[in-house]
Design a protein around this ligand. Structure first.
Ligand code: AMP
Ligand code: MG
Length: 380
């Protein structure tokens, strides 16, 4: 058994970013930038009006005075007008400032000050400033910013593809009828959902019985992807055939069994180019090991820089101690800055997990007191 930190280190050392590709900015949402991007243009690109009004020279506007309107400047091509004392140009939002202008006068305003309603060139963004750094996730505002800079394409990391195999003779597909002793397969849905959250594409999902031949065949199909996740069958029981099936197909098994609760039987290795993650079948174990080990690996493959789950401080609602021999991930509800453990803290307890929205890691021997501030991990 190795430590959680060691497992994570070895996994991240084994996986590397996939090839880069150019995609149109409009389809780059949620991809990770593969290079740094810098502003080609300042924003705003030229001095312009922040509203509809009159472009004036502030010092020449006196209460009761009159201005002569010498022309009109809408948003669009610069008409190269020039405004002098006692003059004004009818102007509209986003229109370039005529020469000599230092303020925009609203109809109802009589004494403008220099700078009023003027958007100066570069006040938002300077030319050459970094606008997107390598490994950063492209969000909706990023897509807009890249477009404002005239970029039609952006270089991003490739999307990882993944397959999921849920093993177990007891499993039945939702929608079908249950016989005594059978349960519905929920890990296929869980792992597909978690992969989607990591923006992994082309998720092939299949169920496989606990027999050597079916498992071997399913693995052969699964390893056509960058990532293969196998749920169940990685413990030490007679029906836990995953390790043997992987070995038979030439897998290098780099990790088996990690000091983490829940999730001890976790397995990691590779067959050729495909990275294989074996997750325990208990739903909470599958969930926790996915977030701690699979998520950072697939994010790294897709070129992400930030591999950690977001952490937020929270006030703990109860006393907590870990007397066990493995770090324990407590599932809880984070609400109004307060973290309360929720549901049965056992690896099969899916309902409790479904009510939780945060994880608290309690290290071996660690104790927390109620009202203490702790950092909890969030995922949704
Ligand atoms: P295993 O890791 O195969 O020994 O399974 C551990 C526990 O998880 C057993 O109670 C299984 O019935 C349960 N389990 C395994 N696979 C799934 C699944 N796909 N969905 C829900 N429960 C599962
Ligand atoms: Mg099983």
């Amino acid at each position: 058994m190795i430590s959680e930190e060691e497992a994570r280190r070895r996994i991240l050392e084994a996986v590397s970013p996939l090839d880069q590709r150019a995609v149109s900015v409009s389809s780059a949402l949620d991809c990770f930038a593969a290079q740094d991007y810098f502003a080609r243009l300042p924003l705003p690109a030229f001095d312009n009006s922040a509203m509809d009004g009159y472009a004036v020279v502030a010092s020449s506007c006196n209460k009761g005075g009159r201005l002569r309107v010498i022309g009109e400047q809408p948003a669009g091509p610069d008409r190269k007008l020039r405004v002098g004392g006692g003059e004004a140009v009818r102007i509209f939002t986003g229109a370039p400032l005529p020469q000599g202008v230092d303020a925009i006068l609203m109809q109802e305003d009589v004494t403008p000050e220099a700078g009023d309603f003027v958007r100066r060139r570069g006040c938002d963004l300077a030319e050459g400033q970094m606008i997107l750094s390598r490994g950063e996730r492209i969000r909706s505002a990023t897509v807009a910013l890249l477009s404002s800079q005239g970029f039609a394409d952006v270089i991003v990391g490739s999307k990882a593809t993944a397959a999921v195999i849920s093993t177990g003779d007891e499993l039945v597909k939702p929608g079908e009828e249950l016989q005594p002793g059978q349960i519905y397969d929920s890990n296929s849905a869980l792992l597909s959902a978690l992969l989607q959250r990591c923006r992994v594409s082309a998720i092939a999902v299949e169920h496989c019985r606990d027999d050597r031949e079916s498992l071997g065949d399913a693995i052969k199909r699964g390893i056509k992807n960058y990532v293969l996740i196998i749920s169940g069958g990685v413990s030490v029981g007679e029906h836990d055939l995953v390790k043997e099936a992987l070995r038979k197909l030439g897998a290098d098994i780099e990790i088996w069994r990690v000091a983490i609760k829940p999730g001890k039987p976790f397995l990691f290795g590779n067959i050729g180019e495909c990275f294989v993650f074996g997750l325990p079948g208990n739903p909470v174990s599958a969930f926790v090991t996915f977030l701690q080990f699979v998520r950072p690996a697939v994010l790294r493959m897709m070129g992400a820089k930030d591999l950690d789950l977001p952490q937020v401080p929270a006030k703990l609602a109860v006393d907590l101690t870990n007397d066990g021999d493995r770090p324990h991930y407590i599932r809880g509800k984070l609400e109004h800055g307060r973290f309360t453990p929720i549901g049965r803290q056992e690896s099969h307890a899916l309902f409790g997990l479904s009510q939780a929205n945060a994880l608290l890691r309690v290290a071996v021997g660690q104790s927390f007191k109620a009202d203490e501030i702790v950092d909890v991990q969030i995922w949704d």
